[in-house]
Design a protein around this ligand. Structure first.
Ligand code: NAD
Length: 420
């Protein structure tokens, strides 16, 4: 995060600000704005959980359904000490526009629990997850609202949610969550879908700007599900991933890090820190490295007015949700940096979540290559649609993506009309 943040703007403030920019460009009426801008439903839950020491600890959790105009709410569940209702509302809002950008029949939702899973045992995490799942049970369901993994949640967490939901209904309902283990009705290719989608959009941007991926220098902030897979694909397409970070630190090698070895190192030690043939650098230095591609793949507001001036990349691919503040957006735009906005760049995850849901509903499962081919088509078509709006209307890629997503939600909402 930038050091000299002047105004404390929240992720939801950014989401609202970017909504208005796109709504203005679309000339949306105030009536339609009022119908689509705000979350439809917010549930806040208190979760008492028995910890391994025998005591009961209380956690706060949320599930926000921003929109069900185009289909069931869809969006991940985050476990992180920084989770707030404001953040979950922002993430749910972005999910609505994201599903519409890639034109899958879902609305937007998001969930979160304020906790530090790194300090919890597997048993504590299971108890927390089952209690959270039962607390949000009235909202979720394969036709209502379908959670998925996000920061510090994974396929095991989804398995516990699927089981808790199924036990209360009395029969197995795999379609209530996506990002499940394959053995429970997960989709091949879901685990790497977000990073793969990021990579496809980077390929499109690089083609557009005539920057060869082969030989390009890339920096990746956040080395989890989204960041590590994007790094791996860049590496296997002969880009040099010169710096990578996670919550514990950053590592750098001017000649390119050995990404398969780094993935191994992170698996063994829990962090990228201490990787062989790398030197530690500070986060601020990493964001300012001379490179072609910068991928923020951690949390919101990592590029703000204080550090945006330092960014030297030609392309910023937002694997994370909301990593660039609106002020930083303006700075990057003035510097001529091409930003692939989050609701396009990281939409591969929800796209394959949609494929998983379709397979669960049909009880018919696809081969991995089929998933990749369909994902590539969706990501590249969506990129072309957003790029066309960007070029035709002379708006930023973010506003173009928001215009595409918001216009589809506005159309669906208007066609449905106002109940009652
Ligand atoms: P993850 O839990 O797998 O990984 C998060 C990574 O970020 C970890 O390596 C962690 O150490 C690192 N991190 C945390 N704080 C950091 C900091 N201050 N500086 C640098 N690194 C830091 O989570 P993920 O699923 O990869 O999610 C990352 C981002 O991608 C989030 O914004 C998430 O909303 C977004 N996203 C994820 C998916 C998905 O399918 N997993 C889909 C779309 C968007």
């Amino acid at each position: 995060m930038g050091v000299l943040t002047q105004t404390i703007k929240t992720a939801y403030d950014s989401a609202m600000e970017n909504f208005e920019l796109a709504a203005d460009a679309l000339n949306l009426s105030l009536d339609v704005r009022n119908m689509i801008k705000y979350p439809e439903r917010i549930l806040q839950v208190t979760l008492p959980v028995r910890m391994d020491n025998g005591h009961i600890q209380k956690f706060e959790g949320y599930r926000v359904q921003h929109s069900t105009a185009r289909g069931p709410a869809k969006g991940g569940i985050r476990y992180h000490p920084g989770v707030t209702l404001d953040e979950v509302k922002a993430l749910a809002t972005w999910m609505t526009w994201k599903c519409a950008v890639v034109n899958i029949p879902f609305g937007g939702g998001k969930g979160g629990v304020t906790c530090n899973p790194k300090e919890m045992s597997l048993t504590e995490l299971e108890h927390l997850t089952r209690r959270y799942a039962s607390a949000i049970l009235p909202l979720i369901g394969p036709e209502q609202d379908i959670p998925a993994p996000d920061v510090y949640t994974n396929s095991q967490v989804m398995a516990w949610i699927m089981d808790t939901y199924s036990m209360t209904k009395g029969y197995p309902i795999p379609g209530v969550v996506t990002g499940k283990p394959i053995a429970l009705g997960g989709s091949l290719g879901r685990n790497e879908a977000t990073g793969r989608g990021v990579f496809y959009t980077l390929q499109c941007a690089a083609d557009h700007l005539r920057i060869p991926i082969n030989g390009a220098k890339a920096v990746v902030q956040g080395f989890g599900n989204a960041g590590s897979i994007a790094a791996q694909l860049l590496d296997s397409h002969h880009a040099y991933v010169i710096a990578v970070s996670d919550s514990r630190g950053c590592v750098y090698n001017a000649n390119g890090l050995d990404i398969p070895a780094l993935i191994n190192h992170k698996e063994m030690t829990g962090s990228v820190v201490g990787m062989a043939n790398s030197e530690p650098i500070k986060s601020q230095e990493m964001m300012a490295l001379d490179c072609d591609i910068l991928i923020p793949a951690a949390l919101e507001n990592m590029i703000d007015a204080a550090n945006a001036h330092d960014v030297k990349a030609e392309i910023v691919g937002e694997a994370a949700n909301g990593p660039i503040t609106p002020e930083a957006d303006a700075i990057l735009e003035a510097k001529g940096i091409f930003v692939i906005p989050d609701i396009l760049c990281n939409a591969g995850g929800v796209t394959v979540s949609y494929f998983e849901w379709v397979q669960d509903e049909q009880h018919l499962f696809w081969e991995a290559q089929d998933v990749y081919n369909r994902l590539e088509r969706v990501m590249k078509n969506s990129f072309s649609e957003v790029l066309k709006i960007h070029l035709d209307r002379k708006v930023s890629m973010r506003t173009a993506a928001n215009m595409l997503g918001i216009s589809r939600v506005a159309e669906a909402t208007t066609l449905r009309g106002l109940y009652p």
